[in-house]
Design a protein around this ligand. Structure first.
Ligand code: DGY
Length: 327
């Protein structure tokens, strides 16, 4: 039976399932993640690691953790781990696909609507006593119904966002590595070259993983190509956006606003200029944060660990070690 290190308290029955399978569980205490040193020390003593998106597991940590057989990330993204390096060292890396697309799409939509209709700015103003009368000119936003939405990355989450957009009778452009003719026909999507999507969209929602190719995908040139009335929504990874370029685009009014669930770094330091723009909505990486979805994500991570510590292959691998370490 194995020793499982979990980097934070998680919802649902994950811990219960691990202990029921006979494993000992070490739960990192408190709300903050372990420091890199504490993480390295814990991994060195573990058979399995249960991590979150803010636990950066380096190849050096894996090399030093001789008994570690799996890093089960409680996320669909896994840019906090190097799966190829882990595979070379015989360590499985797993993620949680298929369970958070709808929840994340709901949040992308919430952010889009909040930014379009000044939900956060007007709430803030109301609490501060700013609601003096019904104002014909107060908090004028932009219409979502009938507008053009540009979706960058048409994976599970991008598709779920597109499905919601059909209810708003939007024109939906998308740009993705692969074209999806069946979805084009089903949802009325239009494939667009990236420059056309940038120039033609009223809202742009990002749904790409963070890879060397997508890092800084939205930079100064891309913001300059957008409509000055357009709003950027990011629920993917902060690194997909060149944040300095975004700040400059907001300052120079090259775009009208942004709604960000992810930033660089996370948490976003309180002195970030992003906080000074009333037309920017910022949430703390909570797009998958419904109780049901986070519970299911945690349970999937536990299932992957139970499979590997039982001597088998995980259910949701993102790498394939040729010589997996044995229990
Ligand atoms: C993911 O799953 O990659 C999210 O960013 C965390 O829910």
């Amino acid at each position: 039976m194995g020793h499982v290190f979990i980097t934070r308290a998680v919802p649902g029955r994950a811990v219960e399932s691990l202990t029921a399978a006979g494993h000992s569980v070490q739960l990192w205490p408190g709300d903050l993640p372990p420091s890199p040193e504490a993480l390295a020390a814990a991994l060195a003593a573990a058979d399995a690691a249960f991590t979150t998106v803010v636990d950066f597991v380096s190849p050096a940590m894996l090399a030093a953790s001789r008994h570690l057989k799996i890093v089960a990330n409680m996320a669909v993204g896994y840019d906090n781990i190097d799966p190829a390096a882990a595979a070379e060292l015989g360590v499985w890396v797993t993620n949680t696909p298929g369970v958070l697309a709808e929840t994340t799409a709901d949040m992308a939509w919430a952010l889009l609507m909040a930014a379009a209709r000044n939900v956060v700015a007007s709430d803030r103003d109301t609490r501060a006593g700013g609601w003096k009368t019904w104002s014909p000119t107060g908090f004028l936003g932009v219409d979502v119904f009938g507008a053009t939405l540009g979706i960058v990355g048409l994976g599970e989450i991008g598709e779920a966002v597109a499905r919601r957009a059909t209810g708003f009778k939007m024109r939906i452009l998308y740009h993705s590595r692969t074209r999806k003719p069946a979805l084009e026909a089903d949802l009325g999507l239009e494939y667009a070259a990236f420059p056309d999507l940038l120039a033609g969209s009223d809202f742009i929602s990002l749904h790409t993983p963070l890879t060397p190719e997508t890092r800084g995908l939205m930079g100064a040139a891309e913001f300059a190509a957008m409509k000055p009335s357009a709003i950027l929504v990011n629920t993917s990874r902060g690194g997909v956006v060149d944040q300095d370029a975004l700040i400059e685009a907001l300052r120079s009014r090259a775009i009208a606003g942004a709604a960000l669930d992810v930033t660089t770094p996370e948490p976003l330091p309180l002195d970030s200029p992003l906080y000074t723009f009333p037309n920017v909505v910022i949430t703390p990486h909570i797009a998958s944060a419904s109780l049901a979805t986070r519970s299911r994500m945690a349970e999937m991570a536990a299932e992957n660990i139970i499979a590997v510590l039982g001597g088998g292959a995980p259910l949701h691998p993102v790498n394939r070690p040729t010589n997996p370490r044995h229990t």
